[in-house]
Each structure stands twice: as C-alpha cells, then as structure tokens.
Ligand binder design. Structure first.
Ligand code: LLP
Length: 421
C-alpha cells in the first residue's frame, strides 16, 4: 500500500501534506515515509520466517542516518561497502555483529577498520584480498570472519547493463571456477574463519529464475567444501536485487522468491543472509521539487525545475523512469520535457512525459526516489544537496539539513599551503 496519497487533491506523505513540507523546508527535498519502510521490511521478513535469516540492508541505496535508524528499529541489520558506510552504520547504532562489509575494492585502511570493528562478515572478492585480510588480522592479533562472494556467472535480466553484477567477466566476486580454490585457502589460512558463501547477481532483477540458478551453484560449492571437511560455514548469502516497480509494473513476487529461497536454505541447514537495498527504501521516498519556468523549445514544452541530475542521477545515468505528479491536482495534461538547472543536456527527470499541465511555481513529486537518490547526489554546478525529511504518521522531521554554501567549501582553501618535497 502506498503511503503517498491524495487528500482533497493534494498529495500527502502519510498524514502530512506535501505543500506544507515544501513551505517549511524548501525545495528540492527528499521526503520519506517511515511506515512504508517498516511495511516493506515486515513483508520480506514474513516470507522468510520459515528459515533462520538475517536481513542486512544494503545502505548504498541510502545511508542517511535518520533513515538508518528507522531501518535498524524495524529489525534490519546492515551491509556496508566502504569505510564511510561503516562509520555511518556505527553512528546509526548498528552493533558490529549486525554489520557485513562487502565491496570489490576495499583498501587496506578500510579492511583494518572492519577488522578492528569486529564486523560479522567481511566479504572477499579475490584471492589477493583474502591474503591481505589474513595478514592484517594477524597483525591485529585477531581472526577475521570472512565470506567468499562468488560470481555465479549467470545471465540475468535487469533494466540496464550497469546494474548487472553476476555475469562472467564482471568485475565483482570470485570467478566461479576459482571459488573452490579461494574458499579452500580461506579455510587453511590462520587468521581468517570462513563463515559464509555468497553472491549478488544484480539489481532490479526481473526474473526470479536468476536466484534459482545462482543458489544451485552456491549449493554445489558448499556441498563440495563440506565434503572436504570445511565445518565453519554459518551463512549462505544471496545478495540483494529484488525488483521494485517504477512504472506501474507488478511488484516483486515475494511468495515466489521465498519458494525458491526457503527450500534451498532448509537443504543447506545454514542461516540465510540477504542484502536488499532498493526493495526496502525505493518506494518509501520521493523528491519534491518546484517548477521554475516553462518554455517552448523546438516544438517541445519544457518544464525547468529546481532539481536535476545532481539530486537524482538515475534518469540521466540509466535512462531510468521515475513517475512525476503535480502535488496539487490540475485540470488538463500535456507532454513535457521535465529538466533541471544543470548545464548539461543530459540533465532531465523525464523526456516527452505526459503529466499535469502545470505552471511555474507548481510543486512536483518525483516518485520511487528513496533508493539511489540522495546517496548518488553530487554538488555539480556547486549546488548544495537537498534537505531530507522523514514523515511518521502526522509528524515530520528534517533528518538532513539542506547543505549550505559554507558546507560546499568547508574543505577547500583559496591560498595553498605550499610544501617542499
Ligand atoms: N549487495 C551487493 C553486493 C550489491 O552490489 C548491491 C547493489 C546490493 C546488495 C543491493 O541491491 P538492491 O537490493 O538495491 O538491488 N545505482 C543503481 C543500483 C546499483 C546497485 C549496486 N549494487 C540504481 O540506481 O539503479
């Protein structure tokens, strides 16, 4: 059920009118529904109830502290992919054993931080990385808990090539034909314990069969390792990737997902880890913006708004579709290019889109913007990043203040402090 609804013609987030938020906080602003996040978590948690499982929210989707707190309170744990995300997770109150640390290029510095924090699993994506973790854990006088992220090398359906990650030749994971060797090495090395075998096939997966194929490859590997005496495995990790509708498509088939995952986990007798990002947060967030100008150009009607690719990169970067609606109902519709103020032709939210026939000053709501919205935002054109607002019932709070001009230049200096080499 959507938490964004019209009441007397005005869009609301839960019990709060969006125009009231725009007046109070300004635009552009991201607005999130706490109830929507809790709801998604509960639905996912419920279908996995038959097996022991841990839901580690992939916070690359959105790592704003105020949201992490809601997600943690809902019962999720967390998946981080950088020292910065680890820092955010800790600030939001996640305990070390609630954190898993992944990513294809972790630096020695980041690995030291993960080892010092004592995270639940460090996911390994190559043999050299495994050897480095073993050495660093040895130096720290400890043993690191590691998982092997296998590239299952299966062909998947997603909406854009950039978000496929589990095909042969992708940069992610240990290639399937090397996975057994790397896992055996992990079992043998003195300062690591092999606790998980995992994968992440891709994001926005449209075909659940990808999970069937990927899991069966993991099962084969786990079976072989166990037969050879590896007795430390606790988890099978099947990554994220659950589908989210952006354009009115059917939502992810959670019952179908569970019907693939649950029996496999029962056969394996391990605890399941999943790493959903988009699924938990995408539909819970919108980007609220204002129309600045309207003009005609080359026979097209153009709406110029106060938000663009620096706030929401997805339309420009992936040609992604985000539904757009006027906050106040308007009679009549028209086809518009909805664009931003950035000096790039690729700066658009939608091209040739049929929306309400709005005028300058109108508020627009860009939907399904909770995931990979603010987390991919930039300061391009020296634009301060948007404010973020959390709504919970009839209450709302600014969880991230709008950036200021001072914030933009905080780390810079006009006069270099020269040093000699
Ligand atoms: N686990 C790993 C190892 C991942 O690489 C990802 C996403 C996830 C979990 C979470 O996947 P999700 O459940 O969100 O599909 N910026 C792109 C999406 C990039 C996804 C990268 N990896 C977008 O805006 O569509």
């Amino acid at each position: 059920m959507s938490m964004f609804n019209r009441v007397s013609g005005t869009l609301h987030c839960e019990g709060v009118p969006m125009d009231q938020l725009a007046d109070a906080v300004g635009t552009p602003a991201y607005v999130y529904s706490a109830a929507a996040i809790r709801d998604q978590f509960r639905r996912l948690d419920a279908v996995l109830a038959p097996v022991p499982h841990r839901i580690h929210y992939a916070c690359k989707a959105n790592a704003s502290l105020g949201l992490l707190a809601v997600i943690r309170e809902a019962g999720a744990r967390i998946d981080v992919v950088s020292g910065g995300e680890l820092y955010r997770a800790q600030l939001a109150g996640f305990a070390p054993d609630e954190i898993i640390f992944g990513g294809v290029g972790k630096s020695a510095h980041e690995l030291r931080e993960a080892i010092a924090a004592g995270v639940h699993v460090i996911s390994v994506e190559s043999e050299p990385e495994l050897r480095q973790i073993d050495a660093l854990a040895g130096l720290a006088g400890t043993t690191a808990r590691v998982g092997i992220r296998v590239n299952p090398e299966i062909t998947v359906e997603t909406f854009h090539d950039y978000i496929k990650t589990g095909e042969k030749g992708d940069k992610f994971g240990v290639p399937f034909d090397e996975a057994h060797t790397v896992a055996t090495l992990a079992h043998a090395l003195p300062h690591v314990t092999l606790v998980a075998i995992g994968m992440h096939i891709g994001s926005q997966l449209t075909d659940l069969a990808a999970y069937t194929d990927g899991i069966s490859r993991l099962e084969a590997l786990i079976g072989r390792l166990r037969a050879e005496g590896v007795d430390t495995l606790e988890h099978v990790d099947i990554g994220g990737g659950l589908f989210v509708p952006y354009e009115g498509e059917a939502p992810a088939d959670l019952a179908g997902y569970a019907s693939i995952v649950v029996p496999a986990v029962q056969r394996l007798g391990l605890e399941l880890i999943i790493e959903p990002g988009r699924f938990l947060i995408a539909e819970a967030g919108v980007l609220l913006a204002r129309v600045l100008y309207r003009k005609r150009s080359g026979g097209r009607d153009v709406l110029i708004t106060d938000t663009g690719m620096n706030d929401l990169l997805r339309p420009s970067h992936y040609d992604a579709y985000h539904r757009i609606e006027a906050v106040h109902a308007v009679a009549g519709r028209r086809r518009f290019d909805v664009v931003g103020p950035i000096c790039e032709s690729g700066d658009f939210l939608a091209l040739d889109r049929d929306i309400e026939d709005v005028q300058p000053g109108a508020l627009l709501c860009v939907f399904t913007a909770g995931a990979y919205g603010i987390s991919m935002a930039s300061n391009y054109n020296a634009r301060p990043r948007a404010a973020e607002v959390l709504v919970d019932g009839s209450r709302w709070a600014v969880i991230t203040a709008r950036e200021t001009y001072t914030d933009l230049v905080r780390r810079e200096s006009v006069t270099p402090e020269w040093r000699n080499s």
